[in-house]
Design a protein around this ligand. Structure first.
Ligand SMILES: [Cu+2]
Length: 529
């Protein structure tokens, strides 16, 4: 069942397995009662106390008409109380949101990268079904600060732009002398997601599963071929740090690899803040000013290189979490990931910030322009961008890493699938027919993602922040993240503390991979299915 309003509002109602809900209530009480004294606690837990705290923000899931290169498209949107996409919360503000569903159908919105109690995660578990058309669902949890985003986890609405930024300021934000600019990327097609999916599978998802299981064994396609060619496919509890075996026919030196699959879907346009390069957003900036770019890759199945052109920037956060600054002009961003980049602008001028599609000359972006600067027209590029890789990931180091601790449990997860049949799996299983990976509160968990396929997969874990601790067998004290890319033939290990009991999805954020089965569940002991 869905937690009802009273549970989420902090009236102290317990759910059957809602330890995390209770924890958030404790925070709420402390906030409400700061300076008043604990003895009044019971009396204060009332509507009056609630009214004294910040009011709910209304977020509306709706449809809208978008102009894409002169052609109208009906898409979804998530509009905040100020009429702009998404939400911005100030430091210390709770995520207290009334989500109004005006989409004309059911929906459910996931707060990507945030750490709410599991029943507020916006994932369609049996206990938390989608919201009916016309209904309003309340959410209330303490958010974590940084660059996040929100998107539907119901049907294929996310492909139709039911996505928006979710920015949470930290205590230092108001004191920083810099302009905050959000850049959200999308891939766009006039075809419906159903048409796109049918084009990929050639038939139906069920047929693709059957074909994969029949011809290649569970996991299917290239994974099956790789296995039959004798490649390592660790099953469980593989703690080896040996590098992943290179796949035949791969050229690791040229940036792009021979035979590697990029860009499953051919898109009609790439959007930056809902606009194409033909009519880009021009953001007015101060001469010589400092800018914090918050880049969100909200694309369904496209990855980009952020190209700062004449500018130099410093990556200072990944997926909302601070990293030791890494300078550069060109930064890869996988699906669902975020990059915060600080830029000190030169005296004056117009500066395109481009997102270049991997394996393509196509691009999108915004233009930072000082007053009076001439802005010239832009089109697609002339040079093909290389495949997005983990070159940046390998250089990242968290400002606040996990404490040093040996894992209590290691889960090895094999990524499987291919373009033909188009069916993608985890550990040889297709969602929803999966065996949950169990964990217990208090454990340090490590996950080894092993990718023998010919594609890169951006893997996202719900409800937890993890640290990247090894790439292709090389250990590092890497970034804190919620989404990590696993390169073709590569492997990535991440670690996290099991501190948020519930049911949590782990999946590929290439939405068509997810749609054909590339998803599984982490489930805490004691949480009912
Ligand atoms: Cu994938």
């Amino acid at each position: 069942m869905m937690p009802d309003d009273s549970r989420l509002r902090g009236h102290g109602v317990q759910t059957g397995n809602g330890g995390a809900v209770a924890a958030s209530l404790v925070v709420s009480r402390r906030e409400l009662l700061g300076g008043i004294g604990g003895t009044l606690a019971t009396a204060m837990l009332s509507g009056r106390a609630r009214a004294a705290s910040s009011p709910s923000k209304r977020l509306t899931a709706e449809t809208r008409i978008l102009d894409v290169n002169g052609r109208a498209a009906r898409v979804f949107g998530l509009t905040g109380p100020d009429g702009r996409p998404g939400l911005r919360l100030t430091a210390g503000e709770r995520f207290r949101v009334d989500l109004a569903n005006e989409t004309g159908g059911r929906t459910l919105v996931h707060w990507h990268g945030q750490l709410p109690p599991w029943m507020q995660d916006g994932f369609p578990w049996p206990q938390t079904p989608p919201i009916a058309d016309g209904a309003v669902q309340a959410y209330d949890y303490p958010p974590i600060s940084g660059t996040y985003w929100m998107h539907s986890h119901h049907d294929m609405q996310e492909q139709n732009l039911l996505t928006a930024p979710l920015i949470v300021d930290d205590a230092a934000t108001p004191r920083e002398d810099r302009q905050d600019i959000v850049l959200m990327l999308h891939d766009f097609t006039f075809r419906s997601p159903d048409e796109v999916l049918a084009g990929l599978t050639g038939s139906s998802v069920a047929d693709a599963h059957a074909s994969a299981l029949r011809t290649e064994g569970a996991g299917g396609g290239d994974a099956g071929r790789a296995r039959s060619a004798g490649m390592a496919m660790p099953a469980k509890m593989n703690t080896s740090n040996a590098p992943a075996p290179a796949m035949k026919g791969m050229d690791m030196t040229g940036g792009a690899m021979t035979g590697m699959d990029l860009n499953d879907v051919q898109y009609d346009a790439f959007l930056a803040n809902d606009r194409t390069l033909r009519d880009p957003e021009i953001v007015r900036v101060d001469r010589g000013g400092r800018v914090r770019l918050r880049i969100i890759n909200g694309a369904a199945s496209s990855q980009f290189w952020i190209d700062l052109g004449d500018l130099t920037g410093r990556v200072v956060a990944t997926d909302g979490h601070a990293v030791q600054p890494v300078p550069g002009k060109l930064f890869p961003i996988a699906m669902a990931q975020r990059l915060d980049i600080l830029i000190d602008l030169p005296a004056a001028g117009a500066f395109p910030v481009l997102a270049r599609l991997e394996g393509s000359v196509r691009q999108t972006g915004i233009i930072l322009a000082s007053k009076g600067a001439h802005v010239s027209r832009m089109a697609d590029g002339t040079q093909t961008a290389p495949a997005v890789d983990n070159s940046l990931e390998a250089r990242l180091a968290a400002v606040k890493p996990l404490s040093a601790r040996a894992p209590d449990v290691v889960h090895s997860i094999a990524l499987g699938g291919a373009m033909k049949p188009y069916a993608w799996s985890l550990n040889g299983e297709f969602w929803p027919h999966v065996t949950p990976l169990m964990l217990s509160k208090g454990q340090r968990v490590e996950v080894e993602l092993v990718n023998p396929t010919m594609m890169a997969h951006p893997i996202h874990l719900h409800g937890h922040v993890f640290q990247v601790v090894a790439i292709d067998g090389r250990t590092l004290n890497g970034a804190m993240r919620d989404t990590v890319l696993v390169s073709p033939g590569g492997r990535v290990r991440f670690a996290f503390d099991a501190d948020n009991p519930g049911r949590w999805a782990l999946h590929c954020h290439n939405l068509y991979h997810m749609e054909t089965g590339m998803m599984t569940e982490f489930r805490y002991q004691g949480i009912a299915a």
